[in-house]
Write a protein that binds this ligand. Structure first.
Ligand code: NAD
Ligand code: KPL
Length: 302
């Protein structure tokens, strides 16, 4: 059975290249005729890791192609997920599987609502990739991907294909908690790096602010995914130290004038707190400061 990839950007290209190199059938679904022409002219996807460059001339088509899709990897940004999936919805069949690679929370639920007859599988990844150019991707950081469904289900029969392609992945029965945990880490770190204009390690100079956010995030997690709250403060500082010289992904988005995923990270946290009747002033204030900052730079604040 073929893998289809919708969202041939950084992370998606990395998955497609590795699956194809391991002999699995992969087809890209590109946004429009122009992108397809550009892709064919580029001669395929290029993946660079250190000095090593590999080209992968994978077949590609458009959302409007007629053939059914049984297994889809959706690898666009969270804010594009529902509009992207709507374009291929008629090609998905009852029982088709859709793997959602989006960071944060909210987009997965929105996609699942659009596809009641498909199996939606959520993923949380710590791999790192960025685009150097169109269809040219850099594999920047080794990591791991956790996949699972909510409610839980057994691993699909194709799961072993990931290992055979060298994609480090585990099938888990607590994917919601893992997505919440990652969301909490991103909320404690990313917005502050934007507002203080610093690398991750720069947050050491704003330790009280980080601690207060962690306190409130723990209160939120206690309502939404209690197991994700365990040791959050320590993990946040470990991540800050392990990624000390990095700029957070949100920092990089803002620097490059790209839309951020704020609505699926910090704003999702604030909305969830409100739904649980929690008052979390530091988190709400952070959201307002970040939205104001984005607005001033002409970037969407959701
Ligand atoms: P990206 O912007 O590099 O790639 C997204 C791709 O989706 C783009 O090529 C875009 O053109 C395409 N796309 C959007 N709408 C489309 C449509 N309707 N039809 C066809 N293509 C469409 O994004 P990314 O960095 O790969 O991130 C994807 C998700 O993975 C995000 O939620 C991100 O937070 C998460 N993530 C990324 C990394 C990373 O290192 N890049 C790591 C962990 C998690
Ligand atoms: O995931 C991250 C990001 O930059 O998006 C880390 C490195 C954990 C910082 O929040």
């Amino acid at each position: 059975m073929s893998w289809h990839l919708l969202g041939a950007g950084s992370l998606g290209s990395l998955w497609a290249a590795r699956l194809s190199a391991a002999g699995h059938s992969v087809e890209l679904i590109l946004r429009n005729e122009q992108r397809l022409t550009d892709y064919l002219r580029a001669g395929g996807l290029q993946v660079r890791q250190g000095e090593q460059v590999q080209r992968h001339a994978l077949p590609a088509g458009l959302a409007s192609d007629p053939l059914p899709i049984r297994r889809l990897l959706l690898a666009c940004k969270a804010y594009d997920a529902t509009s992207a999936i709507a374009r291929v919805a008629t090609r998905l069949q009852p029982g088709s599987q859709v793997i959602l690679l989006q960071n944060g929370l909210g987009s997965q639920q929105a996609v699942a609502e659009l596809l009641p007859e498909c199996q939606c599988i959520c993923a949380s990844s710590t791999e790192g990739a960025y685009r150097e150019n169109d269809f040219q991707v850099v594999f920047a950081g080794q990591g791991h991907t956790w996949l699972g469904t909510s409610p839980t289900s057994p691993a699909p029969d194709w799961f072993g294909e990931l290992a055979s392609a060298g994609i480090p992945a585990s099938w888990v029965d607590d994917i919601d908690a893992r997505l919440w945990r990652k969301l909490a880490l991103n909320c404690a770190i990313n917005p502050l790096t934007v507002l203080h204009d610093c690398r991750n390690v720069g947050l050491r100079a704003h330790a009280a602010e980080v601690q207060m956010l962690c306190d409130e995030l723990c209160r939120l997690l206690a309502c939404c995914a209690p197991e994700a709250a365990l040791g959050l403060h320590e993990t946040v500082w470990q991540v800050i130290d392990a990624t000390a010289t990095n700029y957070s992904s949100m920092y990089q988005d803002v620097q490059q004038g790209r839309r951020t995923e704020i609505d699926y990270l910090l704003s999702h946290a604030c909305r969830s707190a409100e739904q649980h009747g929690l008052t979390l002033p530091a988190l709400n204030q952070l959201q307002q400061r970040l939205q104001h900052y984005l607005q001033q730079r002409g970037l969407p604040c959701r």
